[in-house]
Ligand binder design. Sequence first.
Ligand SMILES: [Zn+2]
Length: 109
Amino acid sequence: MWFACHRRPDRSFFWKGRPFPVCARCTGLYVGYGIGLLLSLWLGPLASFWSVVLIIPLLIDSFTQYWQWRESNNPLRLITGLLAGTGIVLLTIGFAYTAALALTVVDGY
Ligand SMILES: [Zn+2]
């Protein structure tokens, strides 16, 4: 991940009285990374319009909260994190695959 988690207890899940090491959104992102990886392994590279669509709910949830238009909640942070994490990995693997194909064509292999 490109930024550190704030680890705020009010935005984290708890297990046996102790907070998770990362917040609800980051929990979703990390699990989503795994889902995206499994989907890529199962279905092949999938970078597409739908990979980007999976990221949009997180952006809306994060920015509307940041701009103080509304307050999010941990289940919503988890779900938007799951979707975005999946989309980020699908997009990254898809682009990497496309770039590798382009390099292969250029190099003549
Ligand atoms: Zn976090």
